[in-house]
Design a protein. Structure first.
Length: 150
């Protein structure tokens, strides 16, 4: 998972973008699952972190993980636009957007897709945010018995 997240971040950002982004990546535990789908989770979550922190003079994006009970909780945190927690339930809906298209482009499909992938892997996803102070996206993955650890 560490290599996958690092690879995705490097692919999503240009050298110029990386100069203004403080990206920290903690060692992440391995996970079992479909490598292509897990890659898509990282693509969508990291792309959102980059996009929604783009207006910050100095963006901070951190990827971490922690163990809690029987779960490993992966986290993507940024200091970007954030969101009002009153609307958090809409984040993972298809075509649900909390920011207008003039402010941030997008289709409203990315987080819905992430939720489907995480749920397909027996996990769950949720988020916390505050307008102007960034967002944190958390997800867990359960072992689904595949032989392709990512």
């Amino acid at each position: 998972m560490t290599a996958l997240a690092a690879e995705v971040f490097a692919e999503l950002t240009t050298p110029q973008e990386r100069e203004r982004i403080d990206f920290s990546l903690a060692p992440l535990p391995r996970a079992s699952g479909d490598p292509a789908l897990l890659r898509q989770v990282w693509v969508n979550l990291l792309a959102n972190a980059v996009k929604f922190s783009a207006k910050q003079p100095r963006a901070n994006i951190a990827v971490t993980a922690r163990h809690e009970r029987d779960d490993c909780i992966y986290t993507v945190c940024d200091n970007g636009a954030g969101f009002n927690m009153d609307y958090a339930r809409k984040l993972f809906g298809v075509f649900q957007r909390l920011h207008n298209d003039k402010e941030f482009s997008g289709t409203g499909l990315g987080l819905a897709l992430v939720q489907r992938i995480v749920q397909r892997h027996g996990g769950r996803i949720w988020a916390e945010g505050e307008p102007g102070k960034g967002a944190k996206f958390y997800f867990t993955l359960n072992d689904i018995g595949t032989s392709n650890p990512a």
